[in-house]
Design a protein. Structure first.
Length: 378
């Protein structure tokens, strides 16, 4: 809307300068009357010269010179050069050409240095943004300015990519990671991160760009866990549930003890109706207990171990109910409910977390990503 106002103001300013060029200058009544008087006077002067010649008061040579001067003045008074057709056409053409140049130059400059596709950012919303988010945007702007001046700085692209992910600029994150891989050399971590960025940009779908990045990551490191997990996601999205179960079961079998992502994989297997191998550790569910506590829980009988884990999950839920500012705690609680096959409680925890962390944009985005990952949307 503001650009329409600016365009109208520019048009009004241009017309105020150019309109007089195109406007016809018609003489008013006083000017016409004065011109008629001048014409009559000079005609009378020519007639008087002729009478003086007849009376012998002026020589023929002097008379001719006087007639020439009088005729010149008569022509000057009788003809208004402003009204000449050619001159009027030239003024109109000049006005139109100037107006077209003004608008073409302004539009060209805006398309070159402006951002016509960028969404509006109302002043009120910018003022209400959390200070930490404003700091992030300022940092992004500095990095982008640095990269514009130093386009071959691969480290800069590597640094800005996770920041793009944090603020929801997923397509920009994917491009930055691609540049980092090009300039610094590809790594399985960056390829998997690029796959995630493409997936987030595609509304959680395994779009072709994401699948290609996964393939590149596995080519670099065939046992890379994050890429293998995404292979299972792609199989599940394609409706090949047997392949997804096979990929994730093998991934769990190869996992190191206490792998932080193991509970997520178990949750996905539970959703597919497969029995996940072995219960998850209490540390992965609710936070890392001490080594002695973890060993004690692991050595308990099945029933006692389940009760201990249940108690830790309930304790975490009670703590978050009284103080919900712990984003990591909410993420662990949601995962814990999924591992315990309590999907309703997992969705309820997601809703509670979103209310408690409403002002934390980064935390809300992480919750949304986890919800997609665990299949808790809808």
């Amino acid at each position: 809307m503001i650009w329409l106002v600016f365009a109208l103001l520019t048009f009004a300013a241009a017309m105020s300068v150019l309109a007089p060029l195109a406007r016809s200058r018609k003489a008013g009544p006083l000017a016409v009357s004065q011109r008629a008087t001048d014409v009559a006077f000079y005609e009378g002067e020519v007639a008087a010269i002729a009478r003086d010649v007849e009376r012998g008061l002026m020589s023929p040579a002097d008379a001719e010179a006087a007639k020439a001067e009088a005729a010149r003045r008569l022509i000057g008074a009788a003809v208004d050069p402003v009204e000449a057709g050619a001159s009027r056409r030239n003024r109109t053409l000049a006005a139109l050409v100037s107006l077209a140049l003004i608008f073409a130059t302004g539009l060209g400059l805006y398309l070159y240095i402006g951002s016509p596709a960028l969404r509006d950012q109302p002043l009120t919303a910018r003022r209400q943004a959390p200070p930490e988010q404003m700091d992030v945007m300022a940092a992004v702007a500095k990095i982008e300015a640095h990269l514009a001046a130093n386009p071959n700085d691969g480290r800069g692209y590597d640094v800005v990519a996770p920041v793009y992910m944090q603020v929801g600029r997923y397509a920009d994150a994917a491009r930055a990671l691609a540049q980092a891989n090009k300039l610094l050399g590809a790594t399985p971590e960056r390829e998997a991160a690029q796959a995630e960025a493409h997936m987030m940009a595609g509304q959680g779908k395994m779009i072709p760009e994401a699948r290609q990045a996964i393939a590149r990551a596995l080519a670099l490191q065939p046992d890379f866990a994050q890429a293998r997990f995404y292979v299972g996601l792609a199989a599940e999205e394609d409706g090949n549930l047997a392949q997804a179960r096979e990929v994730w079961t093998k991934l769990l079998a190869d996992a190191q003890p206490g792998a932080p992502w193991a509970d997520v994989v178990r949750g996905r297997l539970s959703r597919l109706g497969a029995a996940p191998p072995g219960p998850s550790t209490a540390g992965a569910l609710t936070g890392p207990p001490s080594g002695d506590a973890a060993a004690a829980i692991s050595s308990m009988p099945e029933a006692d171990r389940s009760a201990a884990i249940r108690g830790m999950v309930d304790g975490l839920a009670a703590r978050l109910a009284s103080d919900g500012r712990d984003a990591e705690g909410w993420l662990r609680l949601v995962r814990a409910y999924v591992v315990l096959n309590e999907g309703g409680k997992a969705k309820g925890a997601l809703a509670d977390a979103r209310r408690a962390l409403a002002g934390d944009v980064s935390a809300i985005e992480r919750l949304a990503a986890l919800a997609k990952q665990l299949g808790l949307e809808g």
